[in-house]
Design a protein around this ligand. Structure first.
Ligand code: S3P
Length: 445
């Protein structure tokens, strides 16, 4: 993203019924992992359904700078010629991950086991996010890291370990990014690397490692956790990757269709991995009409078409232990909650403070600016739903794609229009969002 580009505001107005059948772009988590694992495998990985958003582009460029060959061969079709585990070349300049926390953190793990030095950097949003959570475990493998500005913020230099040591690491916060970085570093170490998570997070790295031929075991740990054991120094073999539609992106047209009276849409091929399905469960508890059609398996993931109809909803309590399965969906759930009857309390949202923005404060501000009653109590967000929302606000999106899309969905159903200060960051995860929403009948201009 060009840091000097002028802001591009966008306004959503109350819309007529949304109708149609759409497929949202490929899953961001799987797309980024396929680029990084493709770069670490021997041979050619062919990816279809790839997310062609800014986060994927910056991650692809970084893989190229590390010696992999990356080429786009058609619409959402990409090809990567990997260099093998520990095979990355010394990059000539800093690796710029733009807005992508996932790309940056996973690549740090991948580099930690290679005998090279790389500088990691990103945009102002990524430079403000905590990286200590990644650097701590990587140092245990023998990597050396220097955060030039202290406090574990980018830019950061990672000097990979010459002889990485396998580790046993208990992840202190529920984070798929930290878990994944440790597993990717563990690929280069001899023996067994073990990651323990007390709350299970998305398992795309584990699934893809197995798909590429690594030996990995994942078992239950405690009440909600997992223990993952990886055998190091495997011969990772290139394998085709089919990327399903991103449930975190599908959430936006889904909630818009629930809120705009008379709507009925179909979302095609949405991934329903149980570790990503918290929003669906919550909306159903609220009374949402979402029908799961044509359930099938694509590329190792459960997917289905979802028929979504405008619904009258009620407020609910969302338990803290559900948070890892819907961590990116709270801003859009908060919008849905504003249109429900009664309060919705979302518990345990501490991690929202370290996303692309402080999403807890920014989501509350988004709602407040549009006349919706909202409170933060400790780590909980409480939205007092009134069955309708005034709107009429200008929303600061803080370089955060999901805040921008949530605000625009709010505007399609609120009494007054909702304007976002900058819609440009939507392209990090959902290129074509405005066009797709317009094709369904949303009034965005
Ligand atoms: C992601 C993990 C989550 C999520 C992010 C994608 C991933 O972050 O918020 O959008 O692909 O691993 P954390 O690991 O920080 O929870």
């Amino acid at each position: 993203m060009d840091p000097f580009a002028p802001l591009s505001p966008l306004t959503a107005r109350r819309s007529g019924p949304l109708q149609g059948r759409v497929r949202v772009p490929g899953d961001k988590s799987i797309s980024l992992r396929s680029l990084i694992l493709g770069a670490m495998a021997v041979g050619e990985t062919r990816i279809t359904g790839m997310l062609e958003g800014e986060d994927a582009i910056s991650t692809a460029k970084a893989m190229q700078a590390l010696g992999a060959l990356v080429a786009r061969t058609g619409a959402q079709a990409w090809r990567i010629l990997g260099v093998g585990v520990s095979g990355f070349a010394q990059p000539r300049g800093p690796l710029d991950f733009g807005n992508s926390g996932t790309g940056c953190r996973l690549a740090m793990g991948a580099v930690a086991g290679c005998p090279i030095t790389a500088i990691f950097d990103g945009d102002a949003s990524l430079r403000s996010r905590p990286m200590r959570r990644i650097l701590d475990p990587l140092e245990k493998f023998g990597a050396r890291t220097v955060d030039q500005k202290e406090g574990g913020r980018l830019p950061i230099t990672v000097k990979g370990a010459l002889d990485p040591i396998p580790v046993v690491y208990e992840v202190p916060v529920p984070s798929a990014q930290v878990k994944s970085a440790v597993l990717l570093a563990g690929l280069a170490a001899p023996g067994t690397t073990t990651v323990i998570e007390n709350e299970a997070t998305r398992d795309h790295t584990e699934k893809m490692l197995k798909h590429f031929g690594a030996h990995l075991r994942s078992e239950e740990y405690g009440k909600h956790g997992r223990r993952i054991t990886l055998t190091g120094q495997p011969e990772l073999e290139a394998a085709p990757v089919v990327v399903p539609a991103d449930p975190s992106s599908a959430a936006f047209p889904m909630v818009a269709a629930l809120l705009v009276p008379g709507s009925e849409i179909i979302l095609e091929g949405v991934m329903l991995n149980p570790l990503r399905a918290g929003l669906l469960a919550t909306l159903k508890e609220m009374g949402a009409s979402i029908e799961v059609l044509a359930s099938r398996n694509e590329g190792g993931e459960d997917v289905a078409d979802l028929r979504v109809r405008a619904s009258t909803m009620k407020g609910v309590e969302v338990p803290a232990e559900r948070a890892p399965t819907m961590i990116d969906e709270y801003p859009i759930l908060a919008v849905a909650a504003a249109f429900a009857e009664g309060p919705t309390r979302m518990r345990g949202l501490k991690e929202l403070r370290v996303k692309e923005s402080d999403r807890l404060e920014a989501t509350a501000a988004l709602l407040r600016n549009n006349g919706i009653e909202v409170e933060i109590e400790g780590d909980d967000l409480i939205v007092n739903g009134k069955g309708a929302a005034p709107g009429g606000g200008l929303v600061a999106t803080h370089m955060d794609h999901r805040l921008a899309m949530s605000a625009l969905v709010l505007g399609t159903a609120s009494a007054g229009p909702v304007t976002v200060d900058d819609a440009a960051f939507i392209a990090t995860s959902f290129p074509g969002f405005a066009e797709m929403m317009r094709s369904l009948g949303a009034d965005l201009s």
